[in-house]
Design a protein around this ligand. Structure first.
Ligand SMILES: Nc1ncnc2c1ncn2[C@@H]1O[C@H](COP(=O)(O)OP(=O)(O)OP(=O)(O)O)[C@@H](O)[C@H]1O
Length: 187
């Protein structure tokens, strides 16, 4: 199964953002491009959150996403956020994965509302990656707010858990791109 994007066009008012954008994503890939070139807009169209003006998209079945915003349930712990969407994921497994991305006992006990920006981002990334039922992954700037060491751990978790699923990962982080080793598409 692949994500197949054909001749996608999107304008906001008179400003074209995507112009006949065509891309087939058969496995994990990185999407890069200057700020404002339409990367988030593309992912939002793939998720059905925005409509395209023309063109077609197929193959985005049961996606899991890291949105531009973290979208965690603020009153739940990070692990509870993960088990909410990860079918069959035990709280113990969720906590073990969070620990691999640096979560301490104290942080595991906090509601998401009280986590730092980088901690929320790590939880949002693991939530998407641990949706085993998801057939495709759409990850918008998943490493935001992480220092170099954490990016290394987050990249390792991303490679391990994404597997061979068709994945679009948007990032500006060249170090992360080098560590991922995934093919890069420039918009
Ligand atoms: N709902 C909207 N209404 C009007 N303009 C919008 C809307 N959403 C996005 N845009 C514009 O479309 C362009 C592309 O935005 P988008 O967020 O897709 O860029 P991006 O490549 O993800 O940027 P960045 O790398 O900075 O996150 C920008 O100029 C933005 O201002």
């Amino acid at each position: 199964m692949s994500i197949v994007i054909t001749d996608l066009c999107k304008s906001f008012g008179s400003t074209p953002v995507l112009q006949r954008f065509t891309w087939t994503v058969e496995r994990p890939m990185v999407l890069m491009g200057r700020s404002g070139c339409g990367k988030t807009t593309l992912l939002r169209i793939l998720l059905g959150l925005e409509s395209a003006d023309s063109g077609t998209v197929t193959g985005v079945e049961t996606p899991a996403a890291v949105f531009q915003e973290d979208r965690l349930c603020p009153q739940l712990t990070a692990a509870a956020n993960l088990t909410l969407t990860g079918h069959g994921l035990t709280p113990q497994d969720a906590e073990r994965e969070l620990r691999t991305l640096g979560f301490t006992d104290a942080e595991l006990a906090l509601p998401a509302a009280r986590l730092s920006g980088g901690q929320k981002r790590r939880a949002a990334l693991l939530r998407a990656l641990l949706c085993r039922d998801a057939k495709t992954l759409l990850l918008d700037e998943p490493f935001t707010g992480m220092d170099a060491e954490l990016v290394e751990d987050a990249v390792a978790a991303t490679k391990r858990l994404a597997g061979e699923r068709p994945t679009i990962l948007v990032t500006h982080d060249r170090t992360a791109v080098d560590l991922l080793g995934w093919p890069v598409r420039e918009v």
